[in-house]
Write a protein that binds this ligand. Structure first.
Ligand code: OSB
Ligand code: MG
Length: 375
């Protein structure tokens, strides 16, 4: 997966886009109807690349948010890349490591540079990863609804579209009954739930009431720092425990395994600081016998393309949150991805394999900033 290509970035263009979601997405931490997305175009001596940051506009999922990221990109991360040039893209994480945290921002920069590298080399991200599956099974993440009837309806529409795995967002007051009703209507569906940290250790008996519904997993019920709490929950419920927010690095995975706090890992490249870190976590989990799946952050076609290639690695044995384009956007900034037999085809073009519709990107950009070397 290494490359000998040395690369010198000349300019980073940071854009913030406003994209209306097809339907509002409600989680335990908020409701989103119009998503603000940050994309990065890098111009290098080897050509251009595009990356997507999964950072949200408010610090409600994790601590990173757009206005802070903007500052970190300009004042801390991008200057380090200029100072280190020329470099190998596989060293980007090491170059940025002195800056603590800000993993999603680092991931976006690595992504744009990797796309540039792969275009220069004439190879696809999937080939770079050494992955071979031509299509991957995918699921859909369903937000909290006003009523349970509405939820049952929404789920049955997705099942009719061909999704074979559904994830329900839950929170206190919207958990046992919604799951019971969706399970009754779909006895054989692969079903899982995601709490986005909405519970704590005093809720263990309550969460045990999910055990009869044969869920694939419960994702991140407790706080992002509470590995010990998840270990206690894991001893007292039969539903497998999956971690999302708690996993920011491979060290967190090692700690979670050592504490018996995890059965399954949700891998989001952005959350762990990039695709190379994501692959390292995948490899560790394969060795440890921990199934992984690729999480999603309501990506545009750029992030979706990259996630499809990642999810085609052999350890991704559970369907990811990588749904068809029309589940998210009326119009995307790349060509759309469609569902066929519950699967999406992995892109094989150079780089991430998607062409960005720059005219449309211009139309929906509400903030744009260029960063060049200042000397
Ligand atoms: O917790 O997995 C999550 C979206 C934004 C932030 C956090 C999460 C999500 C999702 C969406 O569940 C999954 C998708 O992109 O389809
Ligand atoms: Mg999650």
């Amino acid at each position: 997966m290494h490359s000998d290509l040395l690369i010198t970035p000349l300019m980073f263009e940071l854009r913030r886009l406003r994209m209306p979601l097809v339907r509002p997405f409600r989680t335990s931490f908020g409701t989103e109807s119009v998503r603000e997305v940050m994309v990065i175009r890098v111009v290098t001596d080897q050509g251009e690349g595009w990356g997507e940051s999964s950072i949200e506009s408010e610090p409600l999922y994790l601590s990173e948010f757009h206005n802070a990221a903007d500052y970190v990109f300009v004042e801390h991360l991008i200057p380090r890349l200029f100072a280190a040039a020329p470099f190998h893209v596989h060293d980007v994480a090491a170059i940025l490591a002195p800056v603590k945290g800000h993993r999603m921002a680092k991931a976006a920069l690595e992504m744009a540079l990797l796309d540039a590298q792969l275009h220069a080399e004439g190879r696809s991200f999937q080939r770079y990863l050494g992955a071979t599956r031509t299509a991957v099974a995918v699921g859909v993440s369903v937000g909290i609804t006003e009523t349970i009837d509405e939820l049952v309806h929404v789920v049955s529409d997705y099942v009719a579209e061909g999704y074979s795995r559904v994830k329900l967002k839950i929170e206190p007051g919207f958990d046992i009954e919604p799951v019971r009703r969706v399970r009754e209507a779909n006895p054989d569906l692969m079903l899982q739930v995601d709490a986005n940290t909405a519970y704590n250790i005093s809720d263990i008996d309550h969460l045990a009431r999910l055990d009869p519904f044969n869920l694939l997993l419960i994702e991140q019920p407790f706080g992002e720092d509470d590995l010990v709490g998840h270990a206690e929950l894991r001893r007292r419920v039969s539903t497998p425990i999956c971690l999302d927010e708690a996993i920011g690095s491979i060290d967190h995975v090692r700690s979670a395994i050592a504490l018996n706090a995890v059965d399954i890992v949700n891998i989001k490249p952005a959350r762990v600081g990039g695709y190379r870190a994501a692959v390292a976590i995948h490899d560790l989990c394969v060795d440890a016998g921990i199934p992984v799946w690729c999480g999603g952050m309501l990506e545009t076609g750029i992030g979706r393309a990259a996630n499809l290639a990642l999810a085609s690695l052999p350890g991704f044995t559970l369907p990811g949150d990588i749904s068809a384009t029309k589940r998210y956007w009326h119009r995307d900034i790349t060509a759309s991805f469609d569902l066929a037999n519950g699967q999406i085809t992995v892109p094989t073009g150079n780089g991430f394999g998607v062409a960005v519709d720059t005219d449309f990107v211009d139309e929906i950009t509400f903030e744009r900033r260029e960063v060049t070397q200042q000397d």
